[in-house]
Design a protein around this ligand. Sequence first.
Ligand code: C5P
Length: 284
Amino acid sequence: MSITQQAYAKVNLYLHVCGRRENGYHELDSLIVFAQTGDLLHVEAADRLSLDVVGPMASYIDVSGPDNLVMKAALGLQKLCKTDLGAQITLDKRLPVAAGIGGGSGDAAATLKALCQLWQVFPDPLGLEELALSLGADVPICMKAHANHVGGIGEVITPLPPIPDCWMVLANPMIALSTPSVFKARTGGFTDAAPMGGEYTFATFIKALKERTNDLMAPAVQIAPEIANVLQALSVQPECALTRMSGSGATCFGLFECEKDAQAAEKALQKCYPKWWVSCGKII
Ligand code: C5P
């Protein structure tokens, strides 16, 4: 038996940093969505656990290191389910790493989901949530893989009414940014939580997003000034309704109401900036 699981790009449409816990983690207020572009994870039954990484971003992944989130997730699930079943895991790595779009977290979540199915194990939901959070603050939302409001350090997930149809173009200048260093570079106070609720049209959705910010953008631009060029390049694309950075960067996004405008922007940016990673997908 073999199973393929998508790990779509996680995007923070806005991100307010509302406080800091004693353990150093920050309290967040964020609307998180997923763009239908991302990594693919294949699992096949095997006697022991092993991992191969293929795809355009494979060379950026440390396959055998102790911090590899896919292997950590697989080992954590074996322990939680008290099983010694194995799996041959293949990660087709297409998203840039350390990019603010939850690549590693999405891969960890996809591993948990795919292996539960492969091994036919049904862990207690609370235990699975705890395992997900122990792997990383974004792993719980990546288990949901669709639009939700996120609070706490990433573990307080509140469902939302359906969001309007939107297309997204993602662009990364291929500069890896470490999340802790971006949080560390943040100066100033905290922003109030301003969760979005209710039903929106595309226009009112954009208006509500424009009233919010990504509080990690200024520190990220300080570390990687090229982010300002990415935002500028996205913002001049015809029909681009909003541009912003996701998470701790450096990936930025442009939002579009129509698929054809998003695809035209994707093509234009790929042509103009061949060294950047540019991809487009519907948001869910
Ligand atoms: O949980 P994860 O390993 O993804 O977090 C990486 C780092 O990002 C943390 O060590 C912390 O410095 C920072 N972080 C934070 N507050 C969050 C999420 C992450 O300060 N809510």
